[in-house]
Ligand binder design. Sequence first.
Ligand code: ZN
Ligand code: ZN
Length: 232
Amino acid sequence: MRPAAVPDALVVDISAMRRRDETHTSLEHELSPAWMRDALRDTDAEADAPAHVRLDLVVQGDGSVIVTGELRGGFHVPCARCLDPAAVNADGKVTAMFVRDGAAHRLPDEDRRDDRDGDDPEGDDDDDGGEDLWPFDGVRLDLAPLLAETLKLAYPMRALCARGAECRGLCSQCGAPLNEQPADAPRCTACGVPSPRVPEVDFIPSAEPPRTDALAEALRQAEALKKLREPE
Ligand SMILES: [Zn+2]
Ligand SMILES: [Zn+2]
C-alpha cells in the first residue's frame, strides 16, 4: 500500500549542486495528509492537515550533508481512554547527517542511528552524537525517510482526547462510552455495572518513556485493568 509517491521536492540533487559549486541549499515543503498517513501507516494515527517543513542543507568537503530545520504539524491518535481522536503535536527540530554509502561503517557504533531508545528526539543537538546518521549514494539525497521517521518519533505512548483528565473512557464491563453517560450515574446505563468511573491509575506517563518500555507499559495497564475488574 503506497498511495503517496515520494514527492520530488524532497529529493535534492547533490551532484548538480557540486557541479555548480554550491554548498548550501534550503527548501520548504508541505507534507500532504496523504503523505503523512503513508509515513504513519504502521500506526493507528490519522492525518487530516498538512505539515510544513523547512530545511537547510550544507554539503561538507567530504561529501556528507548536514540537514537542519524544523517540522510543524500534527496528527491524531485514538484517546487512551475513550478512543476519540486525540491531537498530537509533531512540531520539532530536524537534525541529521547524510553520509555517503560506505562511509557510515567508519563511524563509531554509538553514533549510528540507534539512539531512539534513549535520546529525546528533541533533545540537545550539539556535538555529543545527537545527530541522526543516514546513508545516501552521494548523488541524490532523499529527505522523505528522514521526515517520515521524524513524524513516527512524534507518535506518543499515550494521548488523551480534548477532554483531557476529565475523559471518563469506556465502561470496563461493556465498553460503552462513559462520556455520553451522566457523570454521577451510579451504574453504567448500558450494562448496569456499579460505579463506572475513570480508572484511578493514570495511564499517562509523566515523561515520554522510550519505546522499549512498551511491554512494561502494557503489563502495567493489564495489571491496572485487572484491579479495576476485581470485586472490592
Ligand atoms: Zn477520551
Ligand atoms: Zn457498561
